[in-house]
Design a protein around this ligand. Structure first.
Ligand SMILES: Cc1cc2nc3c(=O)[nH]c(=O)nc-3n(C[C@H](O)[C@H](O)[C@H](O)COP(=O)(O)OP(=O)(O)OC[C@H]3O[C@@H](n4cnc5c(N)ncnc54)[C@H](O)[C@@H]3O)c2cc1C
Length: 385
């Protein structure tokens, strides 16, 4: 098999993992990122003043049920056990999240056992809502007005910049409440934090003699002719110069501040009240509980609509955006020797483990396509699904 000349646009998990797999198969791989660093939005760095490992684009916790993905990341970094235990400040008190038996008992000042709490919450739910259409109706039906207003309404309004009555019911698929004292935010079997941060992990993935890396380099449609194949993890609308419009994203502003000591006693504190302008405060040193730091670095997180010069974080994916996305997908399907991947290339929210799973599958499909002399699809995952 003749080696191929491959370009990876983006040095996040998508670009790094696909690049590594193809480099190991003997191909020449160039990974390029417009930013001055690797690891995309998972980039972490030590704060020079306190030495705290900071998750620069917001808190990242690795969690998965995918054994192959877990083995893959553990091949490139030492992972330390880490469980995300989130708290929320709402209506003048601090509660445990996700809403669990502790939260319910504390909120209603009761000492209910699981069965009692289940019956109590069922009673609180608004049974007159037979066919919930909106996030608000779904939440009111599931948990009733008290818990909805304390734990769902304000946070959702701030996060998405709209009233929960304007969001589809599908966002809240299941009853968002646990009737036990389990406050482990994620339900996955494997959870942890890379001991030396995500940047080191991605650097180790990229560390292969067949990979060259160029940072602070923006790739456009004029730059790709020389490659046998391009994997593009940049924004699909930007690739086409937003010719069909701008896909809506939420962006985040972080107000960074430092503190001498322990500011909030946990890694993530949400703020459920709508009159508090931030959604949450992250205290980064608590993501590395095996380290000890006197100083502390905190991020107060504010969510707003993403402008042309902002970093896109969360795809909005409402009815209008999905229509525009369908147009971009139809347009992109005509591309040759290019596959759109990752969260920006397919305009989907993807956790890291899903990103890595899709990257591994994409690389394998490409290697098979070479062997079989078959066409490589423009999308391995349908962005509209
Ligand atoms: C606030 C926040 C918190 C998150 N928390 C978690 C979490 O706790 N756990 C979890 O599993 N996941 C989390 N995620 C998801 C995680 O960030 C993604 O899974 C991951 O970043 C996706 O990797 P990617 O390579 O697809 O995209 P990215 O990391 O965005 O990488 C794409 C890269 O492409 C580059 N690029 C774009 N266009 C061009 C161009 N034209 N030329 C050159 N380079 C270009 C960009 O600069 C970027 O670095 C979180 C996401 C956010 C927004």
């Amino acid at each position: 098999m003749q080696d191929k000349n491959i370009l990876l646009i983006g040095a996040g998990f998508s670009g790094a993992v696909i690049g590594r797999e193809l480099a190991e198969a003997g191909h020449r791989v160039r990974v390029v990122d417009v930013r001055p660093h690797i690891a995309g939005n998972c980039y972490s760095e030590r704060d020079p003043e306190t030495q705290v490992m900071v998750h620069v684009y917001g808190p990242h916790i690795f969690h998965t049920d995918d054994v192959e993905v877990w083995d893959y990341v553990n091949r490139f970094a030492t992972f330390r056990p880490y469980k995300n235990r989130v708290k929320t400040t709402a209506q003048g008190k601090v509660f445990s999240l996700p809403v669990n038996l502790h939260t319910i008992n504390q909120y209603f000042d009761k000492t209910m056992r699981p069965d009692e709490a289940r019956a109590f919450i069922a009673e609180k739910g608004d049974s007159t809502i037979a066919d919930p259409q909106t996030f608000e109706e779904q939440a009111l039906r599931f948990v009733g007005r008290d818990l909805y207003e304390a734990f769902f309404k304000g946070y959702t309004m701030k996060q998405w910049g709209c009233d929960p009555s304007a969001l589809p019911a599908s966002i809240l698929k299941r009853l968002p409440v646990r009737f036990n004292y389990d406050d482990n935010y994620f339900a996955h079997n494997f959870q942890g934090m890379p001991e030396n941060g995500y940047t080191d992990l991605v650097a180790a993935i990229l560390d292969h003699p067949n990979i060259t890396l160029d940072l602070e380099t923006k790739i456009t449609r004029e730059d790709v002719a020389e490659y046998d194949h391009v994997f593009n993890s940049g924004p699909i609308d930007a690739w086409f110069d937003h010719a069909l419009g701008r896909l809506a994203y939420r962006t985040l502003d972080f107000r960074k501040f430092t503190y001498d000591g322990d500011y909030q006693g946990c890694a993530v504190m949400n703020y459920g009240d709508v009159d508090v302008p931030w959604t949450r405060i992250t205290e980064h040193k608590h993501f590395s509980p095996w380290e000890s730091h006197e100083g502390s670095v905190l991020y107060e997180e504010h969510s707003r609509a993403c402008g042309p010069d902002d970093i896109p974080y969360y795809p909005v994916r409402m009815v209008e955006e999905k229509k525009m996305l369908a147009d971009y997908v139809a347009h992109a399907r005509r591309a040759e020797r290019m596959t759109f991947v990752g969260r920006l290339g397919t305009y989907r929210y993807l956790d890291m483990d899903v990103t890595i799973r899709e990257a591994l599958d994409t690389a394998r499909l490409y290697l098979d396509s070479i062997k079989l002399d078959a066409a490589m699809p423009v999308f391995v995952k349908d962005p509209l699904a």
